[in-house]
Write a protein that binds this ligand. Sequence first.
Ligand SMILES: Cc1cc2nc3c(=O)[nH]c(=O)nc-3n(C[C@H](O)[C@H](O)[C@H](O)COP(=O)(O)OP(=O)(O)OC[C@H]3O[C@@H](n4cnc5c(N)ncnc54)[C@H](O)[C@@H]3O)c2cc1C
Length: 480
Amino acid sequence: MEIIQKRADQDVINTIASIVGQDRVRTSKADLYVYGFDAGMHRNCPDAVVRPSSPEEIAQIVRLANRKNFAVIPRGAGTALCGHVTPIAGGVVLDMQGLNNILEISSGDLLCIVQPGVVCDHLNAALKPYRFFIPGPASSEAATLGGMVATNASGAKALKYGATRDYVIGMQVVMPTGEIVRFGTKTLKNSSGYQMEKLMIGMEGTLGIITEITLKLAPLPEKTAACTASFQKLLQAGQTVADIIAKPIFPAQLELMSEMCIRAVNKATGLNLPEADGMLLIACDGHPEAVNDEIRSIRQLCDKNGAFHMQYTEDPTQIEALWRGRKQMIPSLSALKPEFSTVMLADDMAVPISKVPEAVTGFIEIQNRYDIYIPPYGHAGDGNLHTKVLLDPENPDHWRQAEKAVQEIYDLVLKLGGTVTGEHGVAISKASYFKQERADAIPFMRAIKRTLDPNNILNPYKIFDWEDSFLTHLRYPVEL
Ligand SMILES: Cc1cc2nc3c(=O)[nH]c(=O)nc-3n(C[C@H](O)[C@H](O)[C@H](O)COP(=O)(O)OP(=O)(O)OC[C@H]3O[C@@H](n4cnc5c(N)ncnc54)[C@H](O)[C@@H]3O)c2cc1C
């Protein structure tokens, strides 16, 4: 694929410095290197990193980009997993972490207003005294609200509490042509025309630069209780997930881990979970009596499906330890085999919930045909399944095997009526599979992009505009 460069030359960088101040522009080799990648697999250096302090400064930079034809890549904490913020055609990275104020918390109106660089956990710490929260991703310690909106992030609580899109009611955006506009309202409901604020959700920095977000609040539950259930067969764990939802019970968290994931968490955290082919980690929250009822029914279902070990706790410290273990899955898997690394492939598929058992056992069957590891885990309660590919990143054959295995996994997911990405987004590494999934919708997505960003300056070559496989611009030392 030919990448048309959209570079910022020294004149452009000087002009940007005159807009934001020299101290907010970085061009050292080290800065350009670290802003060349996110938590995904791809890398390419920008020409400058700029930390704007107002929407007006951003609007001026964007207008300059249209005149001088350089790319602008908005970036939050850089925790995205698919090359979202990799400046593939060069250009200027806009580091939005400088816009990090909580502007308003209005518990009576059930809303808060934040700048995009506010970190999810910082917002939740500020909301806690009001007894509210915003559900966040497993990366909530670092992920910014801007990045969460632009990827429609969601986490373990999405089954009961929804994804980021369910909380966004309004926003201010600098459009790709430099206008500063407000979408949505400060009311919980609105039917006033196209829901433009929703169009911005999941746009991965390609349709606008979000400079303010109005979010609906969720109430903090009165009580939380958790239980674990271990099964001899992964299929039994998957079937239990489908049975719990069909009951219907909506736990706050319903996570599945396969055998290799359990071993990895035990080794990395010392949690000492029972070794099993499959394990469920379940939390219920809400009114104490409802929580007790739900946990009782869930334990009966686990028992019926053959759980050989169950644990129950209401102790917040123990619950926190269990979820911390689960949240550390990526580094835990990476540490399991010294010569292997975890790479972000086939990392967040979603299938209809009833297909979870077929999907997880299918992933293992696919893994067993290769020399690499693809252990399934994930937020199985809403059908969102994770795997990570464990391979030797310096071994070209492993990458080729990964390419084939991942294609097989996505073929299975699409056959089961699923999607290639339930929460992380498309960017570069999932682009070719996304095209397989959404072929009919892509011309309309392109039309929106062309209309809003006629000079293609915002985060180019992402989502439907990435034409190659994921095996290019890798940040690993491997010749393919
Ligand atoms: C250990 C780990 C665990 C994770 N767990 C989860 C999980 O459970 N669920 C989940 O959904 N994701 C998860 N992720 C992925 C990632 O953390 C989320 O996508 C997160 O929301 C990204 O936020 P960020 O601030 O890091 O954004 P970045 O990575 O900086 O950017 C992400 C995208 O948003 C765009 N963007 C950022 N700010 C703006 C803005 N102000 N205006 C317009 N566009 C903008 C960028 O251009 C980019 O396309 C995980 C990542 C890691 C490393």
